[in-house]
Design a binder for this molecule. Sequence first.
Ligand code: NAD
Length: 354
Amino acid sequence: MAPVLGDEMIGSDFKISGAFKNLYNRQLTQIYEHARNLVSLRKELIFHHPIAQSLHHSIIMQLLDGKLLSEQIKAELAAEVEQIKMQGGKIPHLAAIIVGENPASQVYVSSKIRSCEQVGFKSSLVRCEAATTQEELLAIVQKLNDDPDVDGFIVQLPLPKHIDEEAVTLAIDPKKDVDGFHPVNFGRMAQGLPAFLPATPMGILEILRRYNIETSGKHCVVLGRSNIVGTPISILLSRKGYPGDCTVTLTHSRTQDLPAEVRRADIIIAAIGIPEFVKGDWVKEGAVVIDVGINRIPDESKKNGTRIAGDVDFESVAPHCSFITPVPGGVGLMTVAALMMNTLKACKGEIYGR
Ligand code: NAD
């Protein structure tokens, strides 16, 4: 009986995965139990039951599938690289510098290098010891600035404490700054001029665009004001055009009554670095939720005793949303895809010419 009720209410484009599957199953059992207690099993009665209504909200929720989109983007890039090769053009070349042994940084850099291979880009990885001095690192940056074969490069952050990240970011040639962290690119972005957009906000825009999510006139609440996510995405979504034209509220650690601010949002972008911080009762029905957070938390059910959690409490938030990104499988993969898009733009001279 329960599966019949589920089939009637699921709809064709509903996706069940991970934590949401548990939530869905729990709600389905609940509604089935209640339905069994009803004298009549008429469909209208079931649909108007409060639990059915709450299940209905869950059902219209759609996962924003970063894995699927990033694969689509990489396939598009690979096709373009094939064309370039056939025409004898220059193959895009991304270089990455990593300093020290930070395990998360190792994972991020490897995934960037792997993505280069997938799309047919050339890649170079410069590994530096944790004890590398700032002068030595700046010399490597200069070498990559001067190398005509390297179209773009990144310096994986965070850097060891003895190195000034700002000095290193400033040393990167803005024409090769495919992470979009240099103030020249940031300023150009803010003024709506062609620029390398920072990869994570660019990945978020790509999610909104590819899922045709309406942004014009919407109220977007951004949590977190970092230079690489919160601040740039708040600027980008308030710009004229699509995806943009939002009214944006940028919130941070000093914001008063954060839940009240978040409740006003049509679009929520969480980038604060606190696991499962945004709760279901902060979220307006039908809101779009973009979870940027990548936090490692203890989980005894996992082999290594930990799991990755976002900044959003998925289980309590998902039933209120129209769209939500999972973690993992959401923004993180789109960040890498955006970096690949920027590298191709750099190779083609789309932002600054060749
Ligand atoms: P950050 O860590 O530099 O800064 C955190 C921000 O959150 C600050 O602006 C701070 O004001 C705000 N904040 C902290 N506590 C708060 C509170 N209690 N209430 C409201 N605001 C609060 O930010 P970041 O570098 O943008 O990183 C945020 C999260 O996003 C982290 O989990 C990080 O790992 C993740 N991240 C993911 C990607 C990706 O590709 N998915 C990329 C970058 C960062």
